[in-house]
Ligand binder design. Structure first.
Ligand code: CP3
Length: 344
């Protein structure tokens, strides 16, 4: 059964004649059917905690496009919420959280074992997906990497330069380290439950890894992802891990080995040719197409898609964007990307 799943084959190191494909944020606001289900749920977080509807939006892009993988519909900010932070979304602006910058804030967090009280609906979603997906479709679970989750918990919102998190790291290292540790431990438990419920692969999103300079990149992006990966592999041998240290630039080199992940997801800040020569040499790679092609489409989309497929054709490759599709992406352009990857 495993062997019919092209995503699992690529993650096992196989070079396939046609790369399997899925897309970051493939369930999302560019799809009218997503907007309809979200309206039915009421708001974004209610959608995340409604197993039937969260499964429905996960299925939608599989039905419409036949992607080779489905990614669980949830959010990286559910873990902070499960640890006791307040989380809400402001329409048109993004997430807001209660902030943590002191030892008292750490002490007020829930113990990691308590996260399942909040997150159990997510495990239900995974079960529905695991039972309902086509036999050839791989189910990917996910969590935010500790640094990225910490940046939101410290600042209380998304920040362009992650300034508040860098300030806490510089100004109160024990509190910063305690927060990173709590997130790391919670993430292991969370991903482990997703796997028990049926997730076949897990992905760690370190969306803000690019602002960590020098040794900080090793200490706060790579090492926490390595710890989580090692813990997951000890609990669930054979479950592949995809790591996404977004914005790593030339530091993508060597990350398969330092993290211990089967696959490294790359953004669009490096060229596919560079990735082939410097990253794919150590294992499977995923990503790279600029999300803006989903807005603009046309010949540029086709030629860039072909260029990435060609550049990465000599090793294990999963086709994907360099970051999530935006709400102004066109479903027709997604179809054109898929046809180009599959049809040459
Ligand atoms: O990819 C998928 O289809 C699976 C679901 C998924 C979502 N968020 C749904 C979502 C995944 C894997 C995520 C990860 C996530 N969430 C990340 C890491 C990946 C990345 O984009 O860098 C981050 C940083 C978040 C936090 C987050 N969630 C932000 C900053 C926002 C607001 C920005 C935005 O696009 O509106 C969200 C909201 C969010 N998460 C939406 C979706 C579909 C849009 C919510 C809506 O419907 O209004």
């Amino acid at each position: 059964m495993t062997k019919n799943k092209t995503i699992l084959r690529a993650l096992a190191g196989e070079t396939l004649p046609t790369p399997p494909i899925w897309m970051m944020r493939q369930a999302g606001r560019y799809l009218p059917e997503y907007k309809a289900t979200r309206a039915q749920a009421g708001d974004f977080l209610s959608l995340c905690y409604n197993p039937e509807l969260a499964a429905e939006v996960t299925f939608q892009p599989i039905r419409r496009f036949g992607f080779d993988a489905a990614i669980l519909f949830a959010d990286i900010l559910l873990v902070p919420q499960a640890l006791g932070a307040e989380v809400w979304f402001v329409t048109g602006e993004g997430p807001r959280l209660s902030t943590i910058t002191t030892q008292a804030g750490i002490d007020a967090l829930k113990p990691v074992e308590a996260i399942h009280e909040t997150l159990s609906p997510v495990y239900e979603t995974v079960k529905i997906l695991s039972n309902g997906l086509p036999a050839e479709t791989t189910l990917i679970g996910f969590a935010g990497a500790p640094w990225t989750v910490a940046t939101y918990m410290i600042a209380g919102r998304g920040t362009p330069d992650q300034g508040p998190a860098h300030a806490l790291k510089a100004g109160n290292r024990p509190v910063f380290d305690a927060l990173m540790e709590r997130i790391t431990d919670a993430t292991v438990l969370y991903l482990s439950e997703q796997i028990k419920a049926g997730a076949e692969v897990v992905k760690l999103f370190d969306s803000w890894a690019g602002s960590l300079q020098g040794a900080d990149f090793e200490d706060y992006s790579l090492k926490p992802m390595q710890r989580i990966t090692a813990a997951i592999k000890a609990l669930h041998p054979g479950v592949p891990v995809i790591a996404f240290p977004r914005g790593a630039g030339e530091h993508y080199r060597g990350t398969h080995d330092t993290i211990g992940a089967e696959c490294i997801a790359v953004d669009d800040g490096v060229s596919a040719e560079w990735v082939a020569a410097n990253v794919q040499t150590n294992g499977c790679v995923q990503g790279n197409l600029k999300s803006s092609h989903m807005v603009t489409g046309g010949d540029a989309l086709v030629s860039e898609t072909r260029r990435i497929v060609d550049a990465l054709s000599k090793g294990p490759h999963i086709f994907n964007l360099g970051h999530g599709i935006t709400p102004d992406g066109e479903p027709e352009n997604v179809q054109l990307m898929i046809d180009t990857v599959r049809g040459g």
